[in-house]
Design a protein. Structure first.
Length: 300
């Protein structure tokens, strides 16, 4: 890992990094501009962020902080993105990824001058192909073609869908629409970043979400997604999870954590459904017997 002696920035790519990580108790110099600044409380948290952000992250340590923590240079030199990414997957519980990613500010600089719409004057990009979000009709797709940057996928969210119709007008983007958009973005992320084959599918197991701000109509919305899971060369069913954050005007408006079982091909999903249907048939029989005992105790 290279060092720039003038300002103690440690990074494999000092020029062009998107994020700068620095420790509590340290201060960034005035000259560091254009980077998303992330303060970390400990070396372990820094290593986890390096595992998430990879080469898009630089690490800053001032001379004063280094003088008071002489061991830090040796520990920084031991960092390795690939090894740390694997270690993060082993050490961090899936649900804790949500907390780590949630506090990362939106990297607006990485989105500027791309195909994504950031301002009202910008033209909306075309939608992602419907098979990436498991839709049959293009008019039901709620997210755009993504931008890959720094381990994240970024999508524009559309404000309407052909399959979701509300019974009243609203002065803001409806929450159910946002939930469906995050679900679609998570599915696309599992395919494009998680390497789920296009013939594969996902059974959603949990969907946790939070809303923080209203989202206004007519203004671009950005969905940022991240998954550390790779299904490349995976032949068996596997657990997957995706963290999503929704931004408007650079401010987070909603977030979610989606977890599911990925099936590399439809035949494995069909086998899974046959097994679950047998369980359901048994549950149904037990339920009907119970209801019979309640409704007709004499006969029972």
């Amino acid at each position: 890992m290279s060092k720039e002696s003038c300002n103690r920035i440690f990074s494999r790519i000092p020029v062009g990094a998107s994020y700068v990580l620095y420790f509590d108790g340290d201060e960034l110099p005035v000259g560091i501009n254009g980077l998303v600044k992330v303060r970390v409380p400990s070396f372990d948290v820094l290593r986890r962020y390096l595992g998430i952000l990879g080469d898009s992250a630089a690490i800053y340590v001032s001379e004063n902080y280094h003088a008071g923590n002489p061991h830090i240079a040796e520990r920084l030199d031991s960092l390795d993105f690939v090894r740390d990414r694997d270690a993060v997957l082993r050490e961090v519980r899936p649900e804790d990824f949500h907390g780590l990613v949630n506090v990362l500010p939106l990297n607006v600089g990485a989105l500027a001058q791309t195909h994504l719409a950031l301002q009202e004057k910008d033209q909306e990009p075309p939608s992602i192909e419907q098979h990436f979000v498991h839709k049959l009709k293009p008019q039901n797709v709620l997210v755009s073609r993504p931008l890959f940057s720094g381990g994240f996928l970024y999508f524009n969210m559309y404000h309407q869908s052909g399959e979701i119709v509300f019974d009243h007008n609203s002065d803001h983007v409806q929450g159910m629409l946002v939930l469906e958009a995050m679900r679609q973005a998570a599915i696309a992320t599992t395919h494009l970043s998680g390497n789920l084959p296009i013939g594969g599918t996902i059974a959603l197991l949990s969907y946790n979400f939070n809303f923080y701000n209203f989202m206004e109509k007519g203004t671009p919305i950005i969905i940022r997604c991240y998954t550390p899971v790779s299904l490349e060369n995976q032949v068996r069913n596997a657990e997957v999870f995706v963290c999503c954050q929704v931004f408007q005007w650079g401010k987070m408006s909603a977030s979610s954590f989606l977890r599911g079982t990925a099936f590399p091909d439809r035949s494995k999903y069909s086998d899974y459904r046959r097994r679950t249907k047998k369980v359901h048939e048994r549950d149904k029989k037990q339920y009907e017997m119970k209801m019979s005992e309640i409704l007709d105790p004499v006969k029972a």
